[in-house]
Design a protein around this ligand. Structure first.
Ligand SMILES: CC(C)(COP(=O)(O)OP(=O)(O)OC[C@H]1O[C@@H](n2cnc3c(N)ncnc32)[C@H](O)[C@@H]1OP(=O)(O)O)[C@@H](O)C(=O)NCCC(=O)NCCS
Length: 208
């Protein structure tokens, strides 16, 4: 394994990140983008991620950025606020040396600290390495969306994988039962009070 330093990305990493990503945009279907974003656009995306409170990380070996990873809220609507989607790219030629692993472990830890409960990975159909990579980190298949992308003159599927980041979700089953019991008790108690209130009102009406 190539041990690397994993740290938060800064604006000055944007050039290196743009260079890593542009290879995949130009030559692969691992991303649905067609035109590689320049460093300014990457910087903007970094700011957006940071503003959302989720991590944007780079992996550095001997002062060179060899990979990056980030997380963003899965979809914009507020009920999705505990669910993130990851994005992780290792420089072409540097794959297979544990860099992705170190990035993802740290990404998961930071997302968890930021309160995320679920992480989603979206993979274009022809990316078995990424599917295997995510599976090796506890992600499970959640489904396939057929022919949702068209790049390099072919239709492409999207594979969805998911991993829980927190045991709370499992616990929430019990909590839900507790809450249901509690709210039933509350309703009964409120009902009794309301009943009392109604009687009182009637009494008042009678008093009038
Ligand atoms: C997918 C990617 C991030 C993985 O990073 P990496 O540094 O190459 O992976 P690692 O060396 O850390 O591998 C960790 C584990 O993932 C699995 N894995 C990684 N690459 C694999 C491959 N090509 N085939 C099968 N399993 C693989 C293995 O279980 C591996 O553990 P092992 O080496 O002990 O067997 C990297 O290959 C990459 O950047 N690919 C192109 C961009 C991309 O597809 N990004 C994901 C978009 S969703």
């Amino acid at each position: 394994m190539q041990v690397c330093e994993i740290r938060s990305a800064t604006d000055s990493d944007a050039e290196a990140v743009a260079e890593i990503y542009s290879h995949y945009v130009r030559n692969t279907t691992f991303t649905f983008e067609f035109d590689p974003p320049d460093a300014a656009e990457i910087r903007h995306r970094m700011h957006e991620v940071r503003k959302s409170g989720f991590p944007y990380l780079v992996a550095e070996v001997d002062g060179r950025v060899v990979g990056y990873a980030s997380a963003k809220q899965f979809r914009p609507r507020p009920a999705y606020r505990f669910t993130v989607e990851d994005s992780i790219y290792v420089a072409a030629g540097a794959e297979g040396h544990g860099i992705g692993h170190q990035l993802l472990v740290r990404l998961i830890e930071e997302c968890r600290n930021a309160g995320a409960k679920q992480m989603i990975a979206l993979m274009v159909g022809e990316n078995p390495a990424s599917v295997a990579f995510h599976a090796s980190h506890g992600f499970e298949h959640s489904g396939i969306l057929r022919s949702v992308g068209f790049k390099f003159e072919r239709w492409l599927d999207l594979t969805l994988m998911q991993r829980a980041l927190s045991d709370d979700i499992v616990e929430s089953k019990d909590n839900a039962t507790d809450r249901a019991t509690q709210s039933a008790t509350d309703r009964m108690t409120r009902g009794l009070h309301m009943g009392g209130g109604t009687l009182q009102s009637r009494d008042k009406l009678h008093d009038r």
